[in-house]
Design a protein around this ligand. Structure first.
Ligand SMILES: [Zn+2]
Length: 267
């Protein structure tokens, strides 16, 4: 199952349960499907797990308590991810048969399954319909608008930004960095299509809104003009960018959005 199919599946589930307004509620879905939501204190490292309980022929999703969690959006993402394992037919088959992975191949396969469940989770928490409506005819969201969307969806800023990046038809990147080092990033399909699939660089450019954010402690959005050659190691093509950056909570992590300033789709 690819990312787009996972998104369509999430769309179907939301339509079936008449959930069109954020935040998406898990309880009605679980109740209808007969999934048991089991919240509890399973230790700091525990994020979530789904099991098929053979004796009672029931699925159970175990997750940390949302109300006492340090970061509720993360718990919500975990529950949505476990729902992905329930709804993606191949995953559900494996759960029903109690299949356990332990070979290397299975490990790779498991990574693929995790990515599929993550794609489903992002699309369940931040629904396509909501994104479309917010993007409107402009087809674009600023960092400020993404933060508002994240709040409304009770999803993390990072998950919402990544979801937007994979959803938009425009060239766009969402980057997470820490102390000037790029940790990971998501690229939109269009950015890939016009030759900007990978940053190449591992360091945040010295002259950038992201670096200014790294060097101060406030929570506001820094923004400014930039160019692709500052961010990308490959300089075959160039374009003017608009950069927005913000610290994630009180952490050292910074989220950066890169948008193409004078992008016009070639038709
Ligand atoms: Zn999983």
């Amino acid at each position: 199952m690819n990312e787009h199919q996972a998104e369509l599946l999430a769309d179907e589930v939301l339509a079936a349960f008449g959930q069109s307004k954020p935040p998406i509620l898990f309880e009605p879905i679980a109740a209808e499907e007969g999934i048991e939501l089991v919240e509890g204190d399973f230790g700091d490292e525990f994020q979530g797990r789904i099991e098929f309980l053979q004796e009672v022929r029931t699925f159970a999703v175990y997750h940390p308590k949302i109300t006492t969690s340090r970061y509720p959006p993360r718990v919500r993402f975990s529950i949505a991810h476990e729902f992905g394992h329930y709804y993606i037919p191949e995953h559900r088959e494996m759960l029903l048969h109690g299949i356990v992975h332990n070979s290397l191949d299975a490990f790779r396969h498991q990574n693929q399954m995790e990515r599929e469940a993550d794609a489903f989770a992002a699309a369940l928490l931040v629904p396509s319909q909501v994104l479309k409506a917010r993007m409107g005819r402009r087809g674009f969201l600023s960092l400020q608008q993404i933060l508002r969307l994240a709040e409304d969806c009770q999803a993390s800023a990072q998950a919402t930004a990544f979801r937007y990046t994979r959803f938009t038809a425009e060239p766009h990147l969402a980057i997470i960095s820490e102390k000037g080092l790029i940790l990971h990033y998501f690229v939109s399909d269009e950015a890939g299509a016009i030759g900007f699939a990978g940053l190449g660089n591992v360091q945040v450019p010295a002259e950038s809104a992201t670096m200014r954010t790294a060097n101060n402690c406030n929570a506001r959005i820094e923004e400014g003009a930039s160019q692709t050659e500052r961010w990308f190691s490959d300089r075959q093509a160039r374009a003017n960018l608009w950069e927005e950056a913000m610290r994630l909570g009180s952490s050292d992590r910074i989220i950066t959005l890169l948008s193409w300033v004078d992008y016009h789709e070639e038709t």
